[in-house]
Ligand binder design. Sequence first.
Ligand code: SAM
Length: 240
Amino acid sequence: MRVDVVSIFPDYLAPLELSLPGKARAKGLLDVRVHDLRDWTHDRHRTVDDSPYGGGAGMVMKPEPWGEALDEVTAGSDPVIVFTTPSGEPFTQKVARELAAEEHLIFACGRYEGIDQRVIDHAGAWGRVREISLGDYVLNGGEVAALAVTEAVVRLLPGFMGNPDSLVEESHEDGLLEYPVYTKPAVWREHAVPDVLLGGNHRAIGEWRHEQRVRRTARRRPDLVAASALPDDTSLRLAQ
Ligand code: SAM
């Protein structure tokens, strides 16, 4: 997979060299290219923003540098262009899976009050467009969102996980949260590991884990239970 990130703070993307994305790069699964939007400006001050038409607070990112950047970065490719924005579709594991099936992702990281709308309106000419929000809050820029989305996507790439089974029961894979996990010692500060996990009965362990997943989801995220295939009364029954 190729990932291009366009930002006015390219140094912010340094973590893509580390940890999981760094490992994916070393394995040859990921080709990451980070670009400074200011490289596509032509004035002495390398200007990327201007005041908003219609007035109002803050500045807006100018369309011209974005146009030239995306002309160049999309050339010869059929990419998905991700505009990170709090007005976008919420980022979920399902969206991560969809993006993991793509060959080329381009992240356009906004700053200030965002990118001139005409860039987004025009972006269908460069590829398929997704406007994605990391959550219902406002960040200073799209870089953190680009990092989070890239990390969630990269760990789904075939060949990336040493043990792909570890993806199967994770939170959000099937609409439920993960069960609680424990390691040695069996007792720590008077907190004991649940007996069932020590007994070696894999069927009982499987049933206990499933029940924990449903219980935890019902308590913490009843909205997920409502959206899942579990019976209607599950959340009420298990939250008690
Ligand atoms: N004025 C914009 C609004 O109210 O929607 C917020 C602009 S924000 C200060 C600057 C940039 O940060 C946005 O253009 C976007 O790229 C990024 N950003 C902020 N919050 C985000 C979120 N929840 N998810 C993804 N990107 C976000």
